[in-house]
Design a protein around this ligand. Sequence first.
Ligand SMILES: [Zn+2]
Ligand SMILES: [Zn+2]
Length: 273
Amino acid sequence: MIRIGVHNSANGGIINVIKEIEFLKTNSTQFFIHSPRSWDIKDLENKEVNLFLKLKQKLDINPVVIHSSYLISPLSENPQTVEKSLNLIKKELENSSKIADYYVLHIRENRKKDIKENLKEINKFFEKINTDYKIEILVENSASGLTSDLKNLISFYKELKKFRIFGGICLDTAHAFEGGYDIKTDKGVKSLIQDIKDLKLIKLIHLNDSKTKLASKTDRHEHLGKGQIGKEGFKNFFSFKEFKNIPLILETPKKSLNDDLKNIQTAISIIEV
Ligand SMILES: [Zn+2]
Ligand SMILES: [Zn+2]
């Protein structure tokens, strides 16, 4: 069975996510556990956690993914930001682990330092965090910077996997394309596979088309099939059976949930060939 969902809205509480899922008839979800542009976070209440878990089971929603907030920057040049990131990620992990299977994290490097230094710093950061939670952190590839190169993303994962909480990677198709992997072609997909090597590490795919050109290093998501990757491009990507049974989350543009419905339909038509 295809596992597919979209980035849902938890505005008004996590139960709103379930309402959207019921409307969209999806069986997976991603959302922010609090406003992603705020350092403030309110703990989930037991009552809402219990209700959410009950409905997760009843509606067979799996995986539930929490996207980390945009402010979290473990490798920032500003020590204050690192400290604040530390406090916020602790809170996010504690709360996310109550309801979710995966927690997706971007690692923006400190551009003043080389990759070795960055790997050392990220270690120090996670040594200060309780990593015994029952949730898996997935590191996501980016459109620009160090982790736009999948070899570097894998280096970060390998460095961090000694912390039991790190479970693998999240592959964003738009970011891969914007980062320079031409997944429209066999050659591009093969180079992506070669850089990841162990494809079992991909626990989640962010299925997005890209508004910007190959290797643009500029991240702009587009409706599936309407962007630079296009329907045929995605068909080529999924003709590699390695990607077939990985859960999909769409982060495509939306004015209303009807946009999600259309993109889900396109996604299904792409993979079911
Ligand atoms: Zn993404
Ligand atoms: Zn993106």
